[in-house]
Structures are given as C-alpha cells and as structure tokens.
Design a protein around this ligand. Structure first.
Ligand code: ZN
Length: 266
C-alpha cells in the first residue's frame, strides 16, 4: 500500500501550516496520526523562523475524533492502566503541550469537529470556523462524561457545556462564536485565506511580545484553576472507562459503529 502522509507540514513567511491529511476517514485520529501531529508541532516550535502556527484539515470535516477502530496495537487484555497511560500521554498530554507552545496558533475548522476533534482545536489560541462547522462531544452516548481534555466549561461556559454534554448535540459555528469559543465565522471558501491572513498579520508582531501575551492569558486561566481542573476532570473521565470495564469489559459502553450510526443518523 502506498504510504500517504497523515500530517502535512509547510513553513514560509513566518507561518507554519500543519494539515490533517486523512480526509477519507474524516481525519479520524489514529495513534500514529497523533504522534505525527505532535512531531509537526515540535518542528514548528523549534524553528525560529516560525512565528505563528496554523492547524487546518483537508477534506469536508476537521476531525471525526479518535479512531476507535484502527487504534494501533492493543494488548490481549485491555486494562484501565493501559487506557489511562495512553490517554494521559497522547490525549491530555499532547493537548496541554500544544496549548503551551510559546507561539500563537490558529485552528481553521470546517465541517464536523467531534469529540477528540475538540482536543485538536481547543488548544489553539484562536479558532476560525467555516459557516458549516459543527462542534460536538457525544461521548455520553458511550457511557463517558466527556472527552479527556475538559475544555468545555472554559470554552463555552457552564450552562452550554452541560447542555452539549447532556444532549450530545453539536454547537454551530455561529453559536460557538457567540459563546466566545470561536473568533470568526467565515464562508467555507474563505476559511483558509482568513486563517492565513490572520496568521500573516500576527507574524509581523514582535515574537517575544507575542509569547508573553500568550503566557499572560494562559497563566491567568491557570491561576483561575484551568490546569488543576483539566487534570482532575481527566481522572473523572477515567472513572467512566473504569465503569464501562466493570459493566461491559470494554473501555466504552457503546462500540464505534453504533455511535457512528447515531451521529450520522441524528
Ligand atoms: Zn478516554
């Protein structure tokens, strides 16, 4: 089988562009895709010529979330210890690391951004959404109280966070902008140009001042409890996996295909 890069990387004029490139699977996140994505973030972070990072996705949808089918090698007996370890490193760990890369980042989101998809765009500093973007975390359907990185309350406020978790319904781009989760909503065909224009504008600013401006906002959130809350909710999330193990012997209560039917049918 011909190898195709799941993550594309290009840099020029002070802007690194990282592209999710698994459109045939709606950019579902396999373990290797996440590792490649993390490597791309590291590359952008290490390159002094890169001042701004843009994260975008090829295809109709930004990301369908974690790829629960092709998740890579799974031990004979899956344990909570295994799940906790993988998720602490690749899900929570990566998202927090990307959030704290000391350069401004911009996510450009179109189509569906489901569950694990949120964990790719929320860590970015700015989000530009196409009019057709829909953000959802339907994992309560799977017996779990929300994805591993609890941005919900911080991004949407407590009422809307609860509503989308309780119902699993998507938040539209317009609604996300009103809630302050998204900076701008633009027609789909203007998404990439808008993100690149914004990136170009920011790339002309003083890099150290940008770094300190980002740190000011992130530190303020951390002082308000963001870091501690995200860590403790990660453990709450793991009790969902633990309960599913105890009930079904599997880390979630509904298998991927059933969930997929629910999402596409609903
Ligand atoms: Zn999990």
């Amino acid at each position: 089988m011909e190898h195709k890069d799941q993550i594309l990387y290009e840099a020029g004029d002070g802007v690194a562009v990282i592209t999710l490139n698994r459109p045939e699977a709606a950019n579902a996140q396999s373990m290797s895709l996440l590792d490649d994505l993390d490597a791309a973030w590291s590359r952008a972070e290490a390159d002094d010529d890169v001042r701004v990072i843009v994260l975008k996705a090829n295809g109709r949808h930004f990301s369908a979330g974690h790829d629960l089918k092709g998740g890579g090698p799974v031990p004979d007996k899956i344990t909570l210890e295994h799940v906790y370890g993988v998720e602490a490193r690749r899900y929570l760990g990566y998202s927090l690391r990307w959030r704290n890369v000391p350069k401004p980042s911009i996510a450009a989101v179109q189509g569906k951004c489901i569950a694990g998809g949120l964990m790719l765009c929320w860590p970015c500093d700015l989000i530009v959404a196409a009019e057709n973007a829909q953000f959802s975390d339907p994992v309560v359907h799977m017996g779990i109280g929300g994805v591993e990185y609890h941005g919900h309350t911080w991004e949407l406020g407590p009422r809307k966070a609860k509503e989308i978790l309780f119902t699993g319904r998507p938040v539209t781009a317009e609604e996300a902008e009103k809630a302050g989760m998204v900076n701008r909503v633009v027609p789909l065909d203007e998404l990439e140009a808008t993100a690149m224009e914004l990136a170009g504008q920011i790339a002309r600013m003083h890099p150290f001042a940008l770094r300190q401006a980002k740190r000011a906002v992130n530190q303020t959130l951390d002082v308000q409890g963001f870091y501690a809350a995200v860590q403790s909710v990660f453990d709450t999330h793991q009790t969902g996996h633990g309960n599913a193990f105890s009930v079904a012997g599997f880390p979630v209560l509904m298998r991927y295909d059933e969930l997929k039917g629910k999402i596409s049918g609903g």
